[in-house]
Design a protein around this ligand. Structure first.
Ligand code: IVH
Length: 694
């Protein structure tokens, strides 16, 4: 259908007027029309678009809310990397920054643009010929996620920029955030519905933006503040950063009203103080202020170091601290089984959120800080990190304060808790069974280097565990196509592929199966040695680990003694596997829960290929006695000894008639003399290597 010219004109005029009202309402908080008048304009546009669908374009104000959830976010490569900022934590850092800038520019005094540092999510918005075409998260700085559809729902982001002569390309950079008042209102609504509240505006903004269903994003009140321009073509020739910000403000972007232009380090520090006192009253959360050399030519001259510009600096506010009491100390089990002591506190408001618990990291920290149940403590919260206990106010310790002890059993699954001597952590040994470690254990089991089950990745494991279909790796073998196909986003075909892949995994090597069990400290190499040594799962399960460990330690000690006296060494027990690893394996295999899961794996048809038994071959130097003297060049003495022993020989310290060979290196001593006297065969290093068979 042909669209009459006056309709085209009216549609364009309506869109522009609606965008202007959006800007007045959402960016400036100063509406020019009543809600009813706005709604009337909006409805008129909707009706015209319905009548003439060919006029609908994605940037129309009617198209802000999509209807179809996306399957995933695409990648967007940034035209210019989105960098981070160097941080200053005290005045000295700022003085040093200003000095570096002055010296590099060779000037007496520098003009700076100063702005609040928004505590939200970094975003890049791309406008082509003035039309919003793409929005992306920062990602790793080079590639971000395409969140265009979500960003369209944010009314403070103009779909078309106001400039009459729109630039060919304009990339606006800034932060998506949730205003404090919107955050409060949203949490009040959540409370009323008895639903989970958000921790702080930053998390709420992040969670709301990264929704595959834009209808959810649209229902949350997000906003956007611009702080700069990335790639651009055809923008006016600016000379200062402050002019860039004014340009953005004139083109319907929200920019911080608190921005300022200051001079010298005194200007910077007084700005910092000023914003610090306003912080609580600001409409949004900030975690510091940002200083940027104002002149763009100077910025260019200063350039970048690593991933941060030399012309800008983030001056952070100190982490907030508060006082609270330790009500109890509980233990959390992480997904790798690590036990973390956590202090439960009387609720305290710190850094913008109510804190009810704080991490104590590990037992060593609890002891070092001497935190006891009943103590009054200082709690700190910095940015988005987990709150922590900084120190105890010893003078406030009540007489009945109690010391904390690590539990001997895992609070989640009841398995024994182990502590590896060389590490600060305590760990649950019920890795295959413990609910806290389930996802990790199953993911590891199915991973490429373990049982290599294609299609059983992170997402599927999460789904299977969360829907309580799978509790342990053994449950994988009872999955069928209908069960899998009933899961969200799983087609019949892929379900069948997954079942087939699981079936195939029944016949991996024993080494892979041992590795797949996820025993702490047992990597692929150790798994291979264990497979070779024990030959079967039953061999591993039935081994007398206490005796093996005792043997290992005895032989190690004895060999240390013999080595110092240059005597023949004993054959090591389980070569290549140290006593700590053996202890870890022993602890794991001692847990009945783990044994049950292993049993269940075998019962489900997992039949690993056993390694070929080590051929009972004769060593190349079986029964021969060697003496080493002088400095060897290709092998260390240890290596030479190990290889001789591996080939069935012995190495002793002194030459006698029973000695078969004396191996001489550079500067041999009296042993060489003795060998000549007794007529013992003398070998050079290369002869030894030939004998051992390179
Ligand atoms: S300028 C080349 N200005 O801070 C430097 N960044 O550490 C570009 N941020 O994730 C950054 N408020 O998103 C700049 N007024 C502000 C800012 C700001 C917050 C964030 C930024 C980035 C981080 C850099």
């Amino acid at each position: 259908m042909n669209v009459p010219r006056d309709v085209r004109g009216r549609v364009a005029a309506l869109r522009e007027e609606i965008e202007r009202h959006n800007h007045q309402y959402y960016a400036l908080d100063a509406p020019l029309v009543s809600d009813a008048e706005y709604d009337a304009l909006f409805r008129e546009l909707q009706e015209l678009e319905e009548k003439f669908p060919e006029l609908v374009v994605p940037e129309s104000p009617t198209q802000r809310i999509g209807t179809q959830p996306q399957a995933e976010f695409g990648d967007v490569r940034h035209r210019l990397p989105m960098l981070s900022l160097g941080n200053a934590f005290d005045n000295e850092d700022v003085v040093a920054f200003d000095r570096r800038v002055r010296e590099a520019l060779d000037v007496e005094q520098v003009e700076y643009a100063a702005e609040p540092k928004f505590d939200g999510l970094a975003i890049s918005l791309t406008y082509a010929d003035g039309v919003f075409v793409r929005g992306a998260t920062r990602g790793d700085g080079y590639t971000g996620e395409d969140v265009t559809a979500n960003l369209r729902t944010i009314r403070a982001i103009p779909m078309r920029i106001a400039a009459r002569k729109a630039p060919a390309l304009l990339e606006v950079r800034g932060e998506v955030l949730m205003l404090k008042r919107d955050f409060e209102a949203m949490n009040a609504a959540q409370r009323a519905k008895a639903e989970r509240e958000f921790v702080n505006p930053r998390n709420a903004a992040a969670g709301s933006l990264r929704q595959l269903d834009t209808r959810i994003t649209a229902s949350r009140r997000l906003t956007f503040y611009a702080y700069g321009v990335g790639a651009a073509e055809g923008i006016p020739g600016f000379t200062r950063h402050s002019e860039v910000l004014d340009y953005l403000a004139a083109n319907w972007f929200r920019v911080a009203a608190e921005r300022d232009v200051v001079t010298g380090v005194d200007g910077l520090l007084s700005y910092y103080g000023r914003i610090g006192t306003q912080r609580i009253a600001l409409p949004y959360d900030i975690d510091g202020v940002v200083y940027k050399v104002n002149e763009l030519v100077a910025q260019e001259r200063l350039g970048f170091v690593a991933r941060a510009p030399r012309f800008a600096l983030a001056h952070k506010f100190p982490a907030e601290e508060a006082t609270s009491e330790v009500v109890s100390i509980e233990v959390q089990v992480g997904r790798t089984g690590a036990l973390t002591p956590v202090a439960r506190l009387t609720p305290v408001f710190v850094g913008g959120v109510t804190v009810t618990n704080a991490t104590l990291h590990n037992l060593d920290q609890v002891r070092a800080k001497d935190v006891r149940i009943g103590d009054t403590v200082i709690v700190r919260r910095a940015g988005d990190v987990i709150p922590e206990v900084v120190r105890v106010l010893a003078e406030k310790r009540p007489t009945d304060a109690r010391e904390f002890h690590m539990p001997e059993q895992c609070p989640v699954c009841g398995s024994a808790v182990e502590r590896i001597e060389s590490e600060a952590v305590f760990r649950c040994t019920g890795g295959l069974f413990c609910a806290a470690q389930r996802k990790q254990a199953i993911r590891h089991y199915a991973s490429r280097r373990a049982m290599d089950i294609e299609g059983v990745g992170e997402k599927l494991v999460d789904q299977l565990v969360e829907s309580q279909i799978v509790h342990t790796p053994a449950d994988l073998y009872h999955l069928d196509v209908p069960t899998l196909a009933a899961l969200e986003r799983m087609a019949e075909k892929s379900a069948a592929n997954v079942v087939a892949a699981i079936e195939q995994s029944k016949h991996r090597t024993l080494a892979r199966l041992i590795y797949a069990l996820g025993m702490h400290h047992v990597g692929e190499e150790v798994a291979k040695i264990l497979a070779q040594y024990f030959g079967s799962i039953d061999g591993l399960l039935n081994a007398d680990w206490d005796a093996l460990i005792a043997d290992k330690e005895r032989v190690q000690k004895e060999n240390t003694r013999r080595r110092s006296r240059d005597e023949a060494l004993l054959e090591p027990v389980l070569p290549g596997v140290g006593p700590e690893i053996m202890q870890s394996v022993a602890n794991f295999l001692r847990q009945s829960h783990n044994r049950e899961v292993i049993r269940a794996l075998l019962d489900s048809g997992v039949t690993p290929e056993s390694p070929p038994a080590r051929p009972l071959r004769r060593g190349k130097v079986d029964g021969r006695t060697f003496v080493l003297t002088g400095a060897l060049s290709k092998l260390s003495r240890e290596e030479a000894t190990a290889r001789i022993v591996a080939e069935g020989g012995r190495v002793t310290g002194s030459v006698s008639k029973k000695t078969d060979y004396v191996v001489v290196g550079a500067d041999p001593g009296s042993k060489y003399q003795k060998a000549r006297e007794l007529g013992v065969t003398v070998l050079e290093e290369q002869d030894l290597l030939n004998l051992l068979g390179q």
